[in-house]
Design a protein around this ligand. Structure first.
Ligand code: ATP
Length: 303
């Protein structure tokens, strides 16, 4: 069972004047699934390509099991690129077998693995079809099989779920969770935040080439802003205006959503609400990953 963690340590990368990565760091441990999220152009693909070694960083280091990643360790990474790079005219099984052999597997072992993964990913009926004749979702399953064929010690997947129907999402997520449970560190990028929230042990939010938040969904949520939902049917719309540390996010028909910063006193808010009449609801909520993400990526660029 793989022991190691994959560590990306302060890697930077420029393309001319464009800073793609600015001291990006992330760690994925054995038995952990990390969701890598960020706006378009934030630097996810660049990070993954550097981790795999198809692109060189200007500075920083990628380590596996505490040692700098070299050709040997790189061959133990399973990678699913964003641009799906398989051979359109090759048959599915033949292609997977060939990729297994490229990874140094014996033909018979590559053949067994190709058969096992096509079965596992529900592609048995498609084994003898050319890749280009498959639907896009099925091509994506083949791409995942290609990343898994050599029994990788680390999995790096660039938007593996994009464009998949719900059944394919389930098949793929089950396989990835199994890999995680076998001790393989799994990192994938995605814009599907609900899926990330459901599947991942940890989430890293990247903005402008930097990791700006990293933790379990619960940690990120508990560090996020507190919101209060108040239902005070007789309250005027502006009842909470001017309360210290409180900003009004919405106020409609007696239902008010307030955002509290660290200086706010919720008991003072409650007293203010009671002064308007009865209070039917007064509840604290923490933001969902989607809200955290929106807050994180829409903050002022040079705050
Ligand atoms: N080959 C390249 N030449 C020039 N700039 C590049 C190149 N590749 C990436 N960039 C730039 O680097 C930055 C990071 O891009 P990257 O593809 O890593 O982002 P991403 O987070 O994967 O985005 P998306 O969610 O859209 O896939 C962007 O500003 C992008 O335009």
């Amino acid at each position: 069972m793989p022991e190691g963690a994959l560590e990306i340590d302060r890697i930077s990368k420029r393309y001319g004047d464009v800073v793609a990565l600015d001291e990006m760091s992330l760690t994925v441990r054995s038995g952990e699934m990390l969701g890598f999220v960020g706006s378009n152009g934030a630097g996810k693909t660049t990070t993954m390509r550097i981790a795999l070694g198809v692109l060189a960083a200007d500075s920083g280091q990628v380590r596996y099991d505490d040692a700098p990643v070299d050709r040997m360790t790189r061959s133990r990474i399973g990678y699913m690129p964003e641009e799906r790079g398989l051979y359109p005219k090759m048959k599915v099984l033949e292609q997977l077998r060939y990729l297994g052999e490229l990874h140094g597997m014996e033909r018979a072992a590559a053949d067994r693995a190709a058969n096992r993964w096509t079965e596992r990913l529900e592609l048995s009926e498609r084994r003898e079809d050319q890749l280009q004749k498959l639907s896009l979702g099925n091509q994506q399953r083949v791409q995942l099989a290609a990343a898994l064929i050599h029994d990788p010690a680390v999995l790096i997947l660039d938007e593996p779920f994009s464009g998949l129907d719900p059944v394919a999402v389930e098949v793929m997520s089950t396989v990835l969770l199994e890999m995680r449970d076998r001790g393989v560190p799994v990192v994938f990028s995605s814009h599907q935040l609900e899926l990330v929230q459901r599947l991942c042990d940890r989430v890293g939010i990247v903005r402008r080439g930097r990791m700006i938040a990293d933790g379990t969904v619960e940690e990120l949520r508990s560090n996020g802003p507190v919101r209060l939902n108040v239902h005070a049917p007789e309250a005027p719309r502006d009842w909470a205006e001017g309360l210290p540390g409180v900003s009004v996010e919405s106020s409609e028909n007696g239902h008010t959503t307030l955002r509290l910063d660290d200086t706010a006193d919720d008991q003072r808010v409650l007293r203010a609400a009671l002064e308007t009449g009865p209070v039917h609801e007064f509840s604290r909520t923490r933001p969902s990953l989607t809200e955290l993400f929106r807050d994180a990526v829409t903050e002022e660029p040079d705050e």
